[in-house]
Design a protein around this ligand. Structure first.
Ligand code: KIV
Length: 281
């Protein structure tokens, strides 16, 4: 089979206005492979893994070292899609030097093609420095979970005129800083449409309506694997938590009853060895 070539940043950008960009998060090699084989354009190793995989309360505690473990696992399973490593809290805010060094680790050690940083005006200079260093950056504005407390919780952003104008300005600044695309999270659809029309890089929406250049969802939400709070913008395309529960229960019952493993799941000795061990009837 001929090797699949990696999607490049310019190829992804050329989809703007022509073809929807389809993105999902992934945290391990099994799902990364399935997503890539399905033809996803972009796979984000999101810091949402802090809650979904590591069981933290929010995204703040996850470390760069932890993110790199998952980034490596995902990138090992991907041949075509662009793999983006999510820079965890405090890995890019302290200084530009630290941001470049830490972002570089996603490319050098994590096998990623790009990094994502949250924020608008306050990170625009950092985005520019990363791009100058040769690190492709995916921006992320709107509801930025690393600042959820400051934003008043997990709420739709840009609903009033002042905050809508601030998001428009932020979008322009991040695009001008050289980000190759921009995630818009929890933004009214009309505002996301205006941003999409005004900036020259693709917008990738999550809870930002249908007019963005692409869409991203968190994989466990799409699979119906996460049964906690389900935001309005999430569509579960499967009920894997239910199916998983059913399978685990069936296994438990079959083991208790001695129905599993059966003959078809067991290894057997040859007649010769059985005879020598005195096991033949
Ligand atoms: O960490 C994450 O999963 C994300 C997506 C919500 C875009 O940032």
């Amino acid at each position: 089979m001929a090797p699949l070539s990696k999607l490049t940043v310019p190829e992804l950008q050329q989809k703007k206005g022509k073809e929807k960009i389809v993105a999902l998060t992934a945290y391990d090699v099994i799902w990364a492979r399935l997503l890539d084989e399905a033809g996803l354009d972009l796979i984000l190793v999101g810091d949402s893994l802090a809650m979904l995989v590591l069981g933290y309360e929010n995204t703040l505690p996850v470390t760069l070292e932890e993110m790199l473990i998952f980034a490596r696992a995902v990138s090992r399973g991907v041949r075509r899609a662009l793999v983006v490593g999510d820079m965890p809290f405090l890995s890019y805010q302290v200084s530009r030097e630290e941001a470049i060094r830490n972002a570089g680790r996603f490319l050098k050690e994590g096998g990623c093609d790009a990094v994502k940083v949250e924020g608008g005006e306050e990170v625009a200079e950092t985005v520019a420095a990363l791009v100058r260093a040769g690190i492709p950056v995916l921006g992320h504005i709107g509801l930025t979970p690393q600042k959820a407390t400051m934003l008043g919780g997990f709420k739709v952003q840009g609903k009033d005129l002042a905050s809508a104008q601030k998001l428009l300005t932020d979008a322009h600044l991040i695009a001008e800083a050289g980000a190759f695309a921009l995630v818009l999270e929890c933004v009214p659809a009309e505002l996301a449409q205006k941003i999409t029309e005004e900036i020259n890089i693709p917008t990738i929406g999550i809870g930002a309506g249908p007019f963005c250049d692409g869409q991203i969802l968190v994989l466990p939400d799409l699979l119906g694997l996460f049964e906690g709070f389900r935001p309005k913008f999430v569509k579960a395309y499967a009920s894997l938590a239910q199916e998983g529960r059913r399978a685990i229960k069936a296994y438990l019952e079959e083991v208790k009853k001695g129905l599993f493993p059966g003959k078809e799941h067991s290894f057997t000795l040859s007649e010769e060895v059985k005879k020598a061990l005195g096991l033949s009837k």
